[in-house]
Design a protein around this ligand. Sequence first.
Ligand code: ZN
Length: 245
Amino acid sequence: MSLSRSELERYDRQMLISDLGSEGQRKLKASKVVVAGIGGLGCLSSLYLAAAGIGKMILVDKGKFKLSDLNRQILCWQRDIGRFKTDVAKEKLEALNPKVKVEVLVTEITKTNVRDVVADADVVVDGLDNWRTRFVINEYCVTQGIPFVHAGVSAMHGQMITIVPGKGPCLRCIFPKEPPEAEDIPVLGATPALFAALQVMETIKLITGIGETLAGRMMFFNGKEMEFETVEMKRSVKCPICGNL
Ligand SMILES: [Zn+2]
């Protein structure tokens, strides 16, 4: 996929990264990324994915913006309260980068629709606030060999791991039982912003093949103490999802 003159200028500074270059930029342009959930994580990750020149993005969320989202869901400005998150996101991402094709789905990802929603995406980015949907995506991505960049945040801390099927554990290996679902999780906007930015970095690395991902390593962040910790995570041979890979 070739790059136009304006694209060469737009992405100039990131193409200066020696192992990214114009070849990496063409890979980003040819890629398709699903952002599952347009909340604190998904607003910022979709913004930076669009800015970086991902060719096609699928944004999935069934909700509308409300006033209490504004401390962290950065695509929502005061005037957007009450509108569908996906519509607002598409409008702003296309205004930022008209080269990016943005498709929106006003729905929740379920076992029934995951095949149609995620389809043949190159990467799925976790912007979800519930484990039920994460496990649906985890299972589909493992069976299709699609990387899934998980992050979860609360208050001033968070965690992330990149699920690369066959190269480290899947979410089910790590959490044999679904963690309890929480309502109205406390959160400072800077926490999802940090993790969403890291998810974008992982996504770009997965697409371009640069560097080492967080496959097989869970990263934990404690914002109160300002500490990062990375812990090795192993695949479970008994995992019902990825045990047979
Ligand atoms: Zn597994």
